[in-house]
Design a protein around this ligand. Structure first.
Ligand code: NAD
Ligand code: MG
Length: 391
């Protein structure tokens, strides 16, 4: 019996994780569930999975949830705040931690799980983007393993040799596929009119708001390029991005002999989640089977840099000193949030990201403290740009 902590349990990945765990109650038990604000959903999840701990962001809400759970006869203990996230991510009882908080807010708990030697199932790509070297170091020191949950990186892991020492020897490059999001064919000159609702209407995947907007700008793929660099030790020139509107081929590996290995499946996050939980074995995920005759055709095209200028920022950031990726991520989080609040236009997101990456002063920002300061400083600068564009 393996014990699992699910951070971000009320979100899209968290909910899918619990759906997979529900199919395998004899193999996994839930140790802790954590969410930010959604107490009602966390309450139902606690009743369904009876975890030892539940975590909410704020003290008052945590207290109220504790009373509700007691009244319902549920023994779950409710904690609150960032320290509690780290506590339930690193507790000795825990074997696996699903890191599915959105944004850099997930970093501290990912690091805590890594230091404690857990199997870290990483959906929270921002953890690797913000502090990739430090997270890998923590994993090495703690003796933990990192399994990507992002569908592209799960596909790459499944398509790479199981012997990691062959990765740099046998592989020519890796190809991350991207659906192109809702605006793949929209006229670039009309992108400034896009609403949050349009940006969040992804054609293939149902996801949280932030990653949906990132998919529409293709900043999601930019973050995934950086994620792939850290996960697989690939240099920027070894990482290619290809648009594949059907989201059936989840990514591929080009080998030196001309072979291409890919992982295919329905666009359903339960597949990479189940793979992460059962790795290296396989178990049922609840995702529907892939019927290629029904899909009919698979298309591929190069991403258009004019329509998706954000993608290039990842390659730029990877060629800059450590810290540039932290700046890019912080700028993007603030800009996306401002767009979702209708304070800035869709096209301002890229302007803010490009401005702040261009102005980044990040040489020597290697420690966690320095990166945290850089992150905070970038957020302040990004807020100033938001105010400027919103005016
Ligand atoms: P979401 O917005 O649906 O859920 C986010 C979760 O994080 C919620 O449970 C929320 O309560 C929690 N949370 C937010 N801020 C928090 C904070 N400050 N402290 C503690 N908890 C906090 O997001 P999602 O779509 O599930 O994405 C989660 C992560 O997984 C993101 O990093 C995203 O890039 C990644 N991811 C998501 C998908 C997908 O299909 N949704 C696919 C690949 C990767
Ligand atoms: Mg992805």
């Amino acid at each position: 019996m393996k014990s699992v902590t699910v951070l971000g349990s009320t979100g899209s990945i968290g909910t899918n994780t619990l759906a997979v765990l529900d199919l395998h109650r004899a193999q996994f038990r839930v140790f802790a569930l954590a969410a930010h604000h959604n107490a009602d959903k966390l309450f139902s999840q606690c009743l369904a999975f009876q975890p030892a701990y539940a975590v909410l962001g704020e003290a008052q809400a945590a207290l109220a949830l504790q009373h509700r759970l007691r009244a319902a006869g549920c023994a779950t203990e409710v904690l609150c705040g960032p320290a509690a996230l780290e506590q339930v991510a690193s507790a000795p009882e825990v074997d696996l931690v699903m890191a599915a908080i959105v944004g850099a807010a997930g970093l501290a708990a990912s690091l805590a799980a890594a230091r404690a030697g857990k199997r870290l199932l990483l959906a929270n790509k921002e953890s690797l983007v913000v502090a990739g070297d430090l997270l890998l170091q923590a994993l090495e020191q703690g003796g933990g393993t990192l399994i990507p949950i992002d569908s592209e990186h799960s596909a790459i892991l499944q398509s790479l040799p199981t012997d990691r020492s062959r990765w740099q020897v046998d592989v020519r490059n890796i190809v991350l596929t991207a659906s192109g999001g809702p605006f793949r064919q929209r006229a670039p000159h009309s992108l400034h009119e896009v609403t949050p609702q349009e940006a969040c209407a992804h054609p293939n995947w149902s996801m949280g708001a932030k990653i949906s907007v990132d998919s529409a700008t293709m900043m999601n793929k930019a973050l995934e390029v950086i994620e792939a660099h850290y996960l697989f030790g690939m240099q920027p020139q070894q990482i290619e991005v290809l648009i594949h509107p059907q989201s059936i081929v989840h990514s591929m590996v080009n080998y030196l002999d001309g072979s291409v290995l890919a992982q295919l499946g329905q666009p359903d996050m339960r597949t990479p989640i189940a793979y992460g939980l059962s790795y290296p074995a396989r178990m049922a995920s609840g995702a529907p089977w892939l019927d290629l005759a029904r899909v009919g055709r698979l298309d591929f095209e190069q991403p258009d840099p004019q329509r998706f200028p954000g993608l290039g920022l990842a390659f730029e950031a990877l060629r800059m000193p450590t810290g540039a990726c932290t700046v890019l991520n912080a700028a993007n989080e603030v800009a996306v949030d401002a767009f979702l609040q209708r304070r800035i236009r869709f096209t301002d997101i890229h302007r803010i990201n490009a401005d702040l990456l261009g102005a980044a002063e990040c040489a020597g920002c290697d420690s966690l403290g320095a990166l945290a300061e850089l992150d905070a400083q970038t957020r302040r600068q990004a807020q100033q740009r938001v105010a400027h564009y919103a005016a």
